[in-house]
Design a protein around this ligand. Structure first.
Ligand code: PXP
Length: 402
C-alpha cells in the first residue's frame, strides 16, 4: 500500500479507523494521477503540530494540517524503488475535532477535507500564493470532495452497524437435558429488549438445537426481524415458505460438523441455489447467502439474485498471528467493498467475539453482524441483557471511528 499511516498516541482524543484513512489517501493518489507515489500520513495532537508550525512556519499556534513535499522536483527518485514518495501530511486530530464542531461537520467529513487539502499542497497547489492559485486549489478540492461523496453514497450503508443475535446455543443447552429450559424464545425477547435488531436461528436437518416449535413461536413473538439460517434442503425450504421469516440465510450444512464450517460454494451450485432464491422471492422472502470473502462467490451470489451476502468471518477470527489476521481482514474489507459495489447488501458473521468485532463493525460497507456463541457464552456469567449491551457498545464505539 503506498500510504503509510502513523498515529501518535496523543492523537487518541478520537478513535481512528486507520484502514479507512489509508484507503482514502490511496484513492486520492489515484484520482490525482499519482497512483505510483506513496504518502506518509501522520495523525497527531495540537502540541506536536504547534511545535512543527513554530519550527517550519514561525507560527506559534496549532493548525489543522501541514504538508511537507518530499522533494521539490519529485521526479528524481531512484528507478528501482517500488513507489516514489510524495511527502508527509500531518493532521492534528484535536484541531480537526474542534473544527468539525465549529463547522457543523462530522469528523469523517472534516478529516476527508483535511486529507484532500494536505494532498493538494503536496502536489504543488497553494491557496496562499495568489487569488488565482487559491481559486484553482479550492476548485480542485470541491471536485475531489464531490467525487468522494458520490463514491461513498453509491454503496455505503447509512446509520449504525446492526447486531443480529443467534440464539441457537440457548437451545443447545436445553436439548442437552431434553427439557423445556432455557427457552430460545425467552432469550430472543431479552436480546431484542437489550437492543438487538434481529434474531437468527438455524433450523438444522438433525434438529440438534432449534426445534420446529421454536421457529413457529419466534415467528409470532419476534418484534424486530427473524433470520432463518438453513441448508438448501427440501424439508426446510417447505418450512421456510410456511413460516415466512423476514430473511433466510443459506448456509452449507454437514451433519458431522460442530458449527457451519465455511461459506456456501455458490459457484458450483448456481442452479440449485438459484432455484431456492426463485421460490423465496416468489414468497417475498429476501435471501442472504453465507459466503467466504471470495470475489467469484460474490459474483455468483449476485448473478442468481441474492439480496444479501453474509461474509464468513471465521478465518479472520480463528487465524493465528497478527500478519495472517491482517491478511484475512483485508480479504473481508475488499469483499465487502466489492459486494456493495455489485449492489448486494452486506452482513458478516461467525466467530466474532468481544475482542475481534470492532474492526469489522467499523467497515461502513457492512450493515449487520450476526453473532451467537460469544454473546451466549458471556451471558452465562453476566446475564444475557448485559452481554448484548456490551457487544452493542463495542459496535457503537467502532462506528464512531474515523
Ligand atoms: N452466521 C452464520 C451463517 C452461522 O452459521 C453462525 C453460527 O451459527 C453465525 C453467523 C454465528 O456464529 P457465532 O456463533 O460464532 O457467533
Amino acid at each position: 500500500m503506498p500510504t503509510d499511516l502513523a498515529i501518535h498516541s496523543q492523537a487518541a482524543c478520537y478513535p481512528v479507523n486507520s484502514h479507512r484513512l489509508k484507503q482514502l489517501a490511496n484513492w486520492l493518489l489515484d484520482q490525482c494521477g499519482v497512483g505510483d507515489y506513496g504518502v506518509s500520513l501522520l495523525l497527531t495532537d495540537d502540541r506536536e503540530i504547534t511545535r512543527l508550525n513554530v519550527h517550519y512556519r514561525a507560527k506559534n499556534q496549532p493548525t489543522n494540517v501541514l504538508s511537507f513535499p518530499f522533494k521539490e522536483g519529485a521526479d528524481d527518485f531512484p528507478a528501482d524503488l517500488p513507489f516514489k514518495e510524495l511527502g508527509d501530511i500531518i493532521i492534528s486530530v484535536e484541531t480537526a475535532l474542534r473544527e468539525s464542531i465549529e463547522f457543523g461537520q462530522s469528523m469523517h467529513e472534516r478529516m476527508n477535507w483535511l486529507v484532500i487539502h494536505g494532498m493538494l499542497h503536496l502536489l504543488g497547489y497553494d491557496h496562499e500564493r495568489s487569488a488565482s492559485d487559491e481559486k484553482e486549489m479550492f476548485d480542485k478540492e470541491k471536485e475531489l470532495l464531490s467525487k468522494l461523496t458520490t463514491k461513498l453514497t453509491a454503496y455505503r450503508r447509512r446509520g449504525m452497524t446492526k447486531l443480529a443475535i443467534n440464539v441457537d446455543h440457548v437451545a443447545t443447552v436445553r436439548q442437552a437435558r431434553g427439557i423445556t429450559e432455557p427457552d430460545p424464545v425467552s432469550a430472543a425477547a431479552i436480546c431484542e429488549l437489550a437492543g438487538a435488531s434481529g434474531i437468527v436461528i438455524h433450523l438444522r436437518e438433525d434438529r440438534r438445537h432449534i426445534q420446529d416449535r421454536d421457529v413457529h413461536l419466534l415467528r409470532q413473538t419476534i418484534k424486530t426481524k427473524l433470520n432463518l439460517e438453513m441448508g438448501a434442503n427440501k424439508e426446510i425450504i417447505k418450512i421456510a415458505l410456511e413460516v415466512k421469516p423476514d430473511l433466510i440465510t443459506l448456509v452449507p450444512e454437514k451433519r458431522q460438523e460442530l458449527t457451519t464450517e465455511g461459506g456456501l460454494d455458490v459457484l458450483s451450485q448456481k442452479k440449485k441455489i438459484g432455484a431456492v432464491i426463485e421460490k423465496m422471492t416468489a414468497a417475498s422472502i429476501p435471501v442472504s447467502i453465507f459466503v467466504d470473502p471470495d470475489p467469484k462467490q460474490l459474483t455468483a451470489a449476485q448473478e442468481i439474485g441474492a439480496t444479501f451476502v453474509e461474509l464468513h468471518t471465521g478465518k479472520y477470527c480463528d487465524v493465528i498471528g497478527e500478519r495472517n489476521r491482517e491478511h484475512e481482514f483485508q480479504l473481508l474489507v475488499e469483499a465487502a467493498e466489492a459486494a456493495a459495489q455489485m449492489g448486494l447488501r452486506v452482513c458478516a458473521g461467525h466467530g466474532l467475539n468481544y475482542r475481534n468485532t470492532a474492526p469489522i463493525a467499523a467497515l461502513d460497507t457492512i450493515e449487520e453482524l450476526s453473532i451467537g456463541h460469544a454473546i451466549i457464552a458471556r451471558a452465562v456469567f453476566i446475564g444475557l441483557d448485559q452481554a448484548v449491551r456490551e457487544m452493542l457498545a463495542i459496535i457503537r464505539q467502532a462506528d464512531c471511528t474515523l
